[in-house]
Design a protein around this ligand. Structure first.
Ligand code: NAP
Length: 262
């Protein structure tokens, strides 16, 4: 299902800053979409299931005078990802920014108990999904293909460094792949007007912990965080928007840990 809100721009009235934000219906993606819109981006959010949540993000952006398009698109589906980028381009013009944010985790358990189906689901969304979105971005953004250049921010996790033993090493390893994607792709496209960076959030207050079977996980682990608290999605969004911005014009292949010192 696709929602083009009444105030969305048309391609003939193309804004200069156009962001595709995957998983923009909730959590870090929703906070990033709202901040991006407030900073002048035309925003195209994707989501997988929660139509009402995506619609609410777009309505909030519209109420503040921004423009937003919400596209139901599963990042692990190649056809959906191509459709997402095509619809964004049709509505606003060629994207200048991608926030590769959509990601999942599943119930906490040691590796010994993980099914192959679970491993495939985690890797399909967190790794293949991020690769497909990055691929569509670098098929469109580079100066050499007629794009305006741009920036990609991958949403990794501190888990890529910590490994998440006993909870979700599958998820942590998927974020390790995102870190390597960031390094490799940043060097592939550095001379073609596209920067690629990542943020590594720590423990952030969002719904994702409920998916792991522990909605109050932040409260349990916060005493192990040097700053003694979980982070807010808005604090991660600030780092993402800085990496997208011209203020980060000489920054590529870099990582910002937004993790309270963890
Ligand atoms: P969240 O609150 O669970 O939101 C996840 C978002 O991703 C939702 O918008 C969801 O859409 C979307 N999504 C899930 N699977 C998708 C798919 N296959 N295709 C398209 N969209 C999909 O998660 P979050 O905590 O904001 O996490 C966002 C990113 O930050 C993830 O990559 C996560 O790994 C990373 N991160 C989070 C934390 C943390 O503590 N929260 C820490 C480190 C890293 P629906 O609403 O339709 O389900």
């Amino acid at each position: 299902m696709n929602h083009v809100l009444p105030h969305a721009s048309s391609a003939s009235d193309s804004p200069s800053k156009i962001a595709v934000i995957t998983g923009g219906s909730r959590g870090i993606g929703a906070a990033t979409a709202k901040l991006a819109a407030a900073q002048g981006y035309a925003v195209c959010i994707s989501y997988r299931r929660h139509d009402a949540a995506a619609e609410q993000v777009c309505q909030t952006i519209r109420a503040a005078g921004g423009v937003c398009l919400a596209v139901r698109a599963d990042v692990s589906s190649e056809a959906d990802v191509i459709d997402l980028f095509d619809r964004c381009t049709e509505a606003f013009g060629t994207p200048t920014a991608l926030v590769n944010n959509a990601g999942i985790l599943e119930t906490q358990m040691p590796l010994a108990q993980m099914s192959v189906e679970r491993l495939q689901r985690i890797l399909a969304v967190n790794v293949i999904g991020a690769f497909l979105c990055a691929r569509e971005a670098v098929r469109r953004m580079p100066l050499s293909v007629g794009g305006k250049g741009g920036a990609i921010v991958n949403v990794s996790s501190r888990a890529s460094c910590l490994g998440s033993p006993g909870e979700y090493v599958d998820y942590a390893a998927s974020k390790g792949a995102i870190d390597t994607l960031t390094i490799g792709l940043s060097r592939e496209v550095a001379a073609d007007g596209v920067r690629v960076n990542a943020v590594r959030p720590g423990v952030i207050h969002t719904d994702i912990h409920a998916a792991g079977g522990e909605p109050d996980r932040v409260e349990r682990v916060k005493t192990g965080i040097p700053m003694q608290r979980g982070g807010a999605a808005e604090e991660v969004a600030q780092a993402i928007l800085w990496l997208l911005s011209d203020a980060a014009s000489y920054t590529t292949g870099s990582f910002i840990d937004v993790a309270g010192g963890r």
